[in-house]
Design a protein around this ligand. Structure first.
Ligand code: NDP
Ligand code: MG
Length: 391
């Protein structure tokens, strides 16, 4: 049976890895919608090559470029945030959510409404609106499969297990570009240095988030929301080789670890073929050659992001949306060289402190509008705090 597939964020790192897997077996898939942002050439090339029904750019200013790039082909083109929602309304059996940032939330929610399987790379959806996303999936009989490598690993370790028998979930972190840097040196880090990852080849933003450990902070919250477990049961372990992606400890003392090469096509392929396992073009690991695996506790002094994520999980409500938006704004300011690397955590912490007393904001119901409102307030505040730090 041919499966109908849509890919949100098709032009990005996860999107391209997804397309790579689809191309290897393309007769098995019918491409419904591909979406991108600024990379019109890549979006058009893939839409033509994969015979997509629709191609969407998130940027209305790029619509005419997109139209020109696919002219002569039967591809519906559209642009803007609303067009992403409309694309998500096209029926599909499997939808990849791989837009970067909070912009990925609304299309993912919309896709769940027709009971699809949502392969979720966009961790920001769970951080900003986990309860909303999970409730929509339940209400429409849709399924969410994790694509973040750690969460895919936990999911795989839980096959056939009872979540009530889980004592600990441990997600690993490579430690990012600055794992062995002193605090003084980290203080001087440039965007270029932060955007170099030792093991994984990923988009620029998540790579910098790995260097600051904000990526792992988001993943802590993602773990809580997806698996519904207590924050006290979730640990982070620094593991420089990125071969063990997660470990699950059970009440009888057994620990199941998931190992694999650091290649996102594993987690994407697992979600694509689930519940089956199929051949995937990922490198096989040779432990005899590797010899040793290292583990260490994370360092909260150099990397305060994990502590902030724990505060967010304690506070609950819309504090996840505030945390994520403040982080995205601080990251924008760091990339634009308006603030220093360590200022990102300072900005996020200040925004959380300033807004966490606002119970009406934090405890508002989980709706897309309320999440967007909290996101907007946090972004504005983050840029203000950043400007003060800078001046
Ligand atoms: P990239 O930056 O490589 O790609 C992001 C995609 O989103 C691109 O298609 C981009 O379009 C599009 N995009 C950017 N801004 C918007 C917007 N405002 N509205 C709609 N689309 C937009 O990111 P990654 O592929 O690295 O990451 C995607 C998601 O997957 C993130 O949530 C990330 O945290 C998660 N993830 C990524 C991993 C990885 O290995 N890369 C691992 C685990 C999770 P364009 O490029 O055309 O402008
Ligand atoms: Mg991850």
């Amino acid at each position: 049976m041919v499966r109908r597939v849509s890919i949100f964020g098709a032009t990005g790192s996860i999107g391209q890895s997804t397309i790579d897997l689809i191309r290897r077996n393309r007769d098995a898939y019918q491409i419904v919608a591909l979406t991108g942002g600024q990379n019109i050439d890549r979006l058009a090339r893939d839409a033509i090559d994969l015979n997509a029904q629709a191609a969407v750019t998130s940027d209305p200013a790029r619509l005419e470029d997109l139209r020109a790039a696919v002219s002569g082909h039967q591809i519906d083109v559209s642009a803007g945030a609303d067009a992403l929602i409309t694309a998500a309304q096209r029926p599909a059996d499997w939808v990849m959510s791989a837009i970067v940032g909070a912009a990925g939330l609304a299309p993912g929610i919309e896709a769940l409404k027709h009971g699809t399987t949502l392969a979720l790379a966009n961790k920001e959806s769970l951080v900003t609106a986990g309860p909303l996303l999970m409730a929509e999936a339940r209400a429409h009989g849709a399924r969410i499969l994790p694509v973040d490598s750690e969460h895919s690993a936990v999911f795989q370790a839980l096959v056939g297990e009872d979540i009530a028998a889980v004592e600990k979930v441990i997600i690993t972190a490579s430690g990012g570009a600055f794992r062995d840097w002193s605090l003084d040196r980290i203080a001087t880090a440039t965007p270029e240095q932060a955007a170099t990852h030792p093991n994984w080849d990923m988009g620029q933003r998540i790579t910098i988030d790995s260097a600051s450990m904000f990526n792992k902070a988001l993943e802590l919250i993602e773990t809580k929301e997806f698996f519904g477990i207590d924050p006290a049961q979730i640990d982070v372990l620094v593991h420089p080789q990125s071969l063990v992606h997660a470990l699950v400890g059970f009440r009888d003392g057994a620990v199941m670890a998931h190992l694999g090469a650091p290649d996102m096509r594993h987690a994407i392929g697992y979600a694509l073929h689930w519940p089956d396992r199929r051949d995937l073009p990922v490198e096989r690991i040779d432990l005899a050659r590797i010899g040793q695996l290292q583990f260490a506790a994370p360092d909260d002094t150099r990397f305060p992001a994990l502590r902030l994520a724990r505060d967010v999980m304690d506070t609950g409500g819309l504090s996840g949306a505030i945390f994520n938006a403040a982080k995205e704004a601080a990251l924008d300011d760091f990339i634009a060289r308006r603030i220093a690397f360590l200022d990102m955590a300072r900005v996020v912490e200040q925004v959380l402190t300033d807004l966490s007393g606002d119970r009406r904001l934090i405890n508002a119901a989980f709706t897309l509008d309320n999440v967007a409102n909290a996101d907007q307030i946090a972004r504005v505040k983050a840029h203000e705090v950043a400007a003060r730090l800078n001046g």
